[in-house]
Design a protein around this ligand. Structure first.
Ligand SMILES: C[S@@+](CC[C@H](N)C(=O)[O-])C[C@H]1O[C@@H](n2cnc3c(N)ncnc32)[C@H](O)[C@@H]1O
Length: 249
């Protein structure tokens, strides 16, 4: 059975909020355009011949693994697809979000989208030193409203949240496994407000991530979830009627 048989048609969206978000942010006919300058940078990374040493703290590993990876492979398979970056940028603009968190910076391409509106202050977290160096150089060159936090998110996120203002948007795209996903969600909830949106990447990547997504949907504070297959959007506004939608992008 096709996954999209579950997807609802825009006309059957009963919540006015979801209807507006779909119409203004997600629907490909109205979605914000890709940024040509950022896409040029993506293409440059894709054609890079460089190989870097990445110490990967993700995928549930408690032991640091180091390996050599081609920058072209990271840019081709390891970063957020253009259309989801466009959706996140559209949501920031539509909701007038200011304080944005990204867990997992990688090369910083998606960070460029998140920080495109001058009003945003983006904090992005990365554990691999070589990626921090590449992203910092790129972001320092292009943006004034981004801070890159180096280190394992297990420790850097709680430390950051001790003094951070409330979070408007959190994009969780680092460690795609059950326990860290729920732990980071819990920590971020402590700095959320009624309009905060959480976006989880790779919600159907594995059995573990499917389980994590199921847990998040059932969380007592969660009122609305939008499953776009690759990413899941989560809202906690108590004024929204509790609903879960699968939407086509
Ligand atoms: C999928 S990539 C992020 C892609 C980026 N958000 C984008 O949209 O292009 C995940 C990144 O998270 C980093 N990461 C994974 N687990 C981490 C951890 N526990 N602490 C810090 N960084 C971590 C990895 O090094 C990797 O660069």
């Amino acid at each position: 059975m096709s996954y999209w048989l579950d997807a609802v048609n825009i006309h059957s969206l009963q919540s006015p909020f979801v209807y507006e978000v779909y119409k203004n942010v997600i629907d490909k006919r109205k979605r914000v355009s890709a940024d040509p300058q950022i896409e040029k940078i993506r293409e440059k990374f894709k054609s890079s011949l460089n190989v870097i040493e990445v110490n990967d703290l993700g995928s549930g590993s408690s032991i640091e693994k180091s390996e050599y990876r081609k920058v072209t492979d990271i840019a081709s398979y390891g970063v957020t697809e253009k259309k989801y970056s466009q959706i996140m940028l559209g949501l920031i603009q539509y909701m007038n979000f200011k304080n944005v968190i990204e867990l997992g910076t990688s090369l910083g391409i998606n960070t460029l989208y998140l920080s495109k509106p001058d009003q945003t202050q983006v904090t992005t977290f990365e554990g691999s030193t070589s990626l921090v160096n590449i992203a910092t150089e790129l972001l320092n060159d292009q943006r004034k409203n981004v801070q890159v936090v180096e280190g394992n998110i297990d420790t850097s996120l709680p430390k950051f949240l001790e003094t951070s203002p409330p979070i408007d948007l959190a994009f969780l795209d680092a460690n795609h496994s059950y326990n860290p996903t729920l732990k980071y969600f819990d920590l971020l909830l402590g700095k959320s407000h009624d309009e905060t949106c959480f976006i989880f990447d790779d919600i159907h990547l594995s059995r573990e991530m499917n389980e994590a997504w199921k847990h998040i949907r059932g969380h007592y504070q969660v009122t609305l979830t939008l499953d776009l297959f690759q990413i899941g959007m989560v809202f906690i506004n108590p004024e929204i009627r509790k609903r879960h939608y699968v939407l086509e992008t």
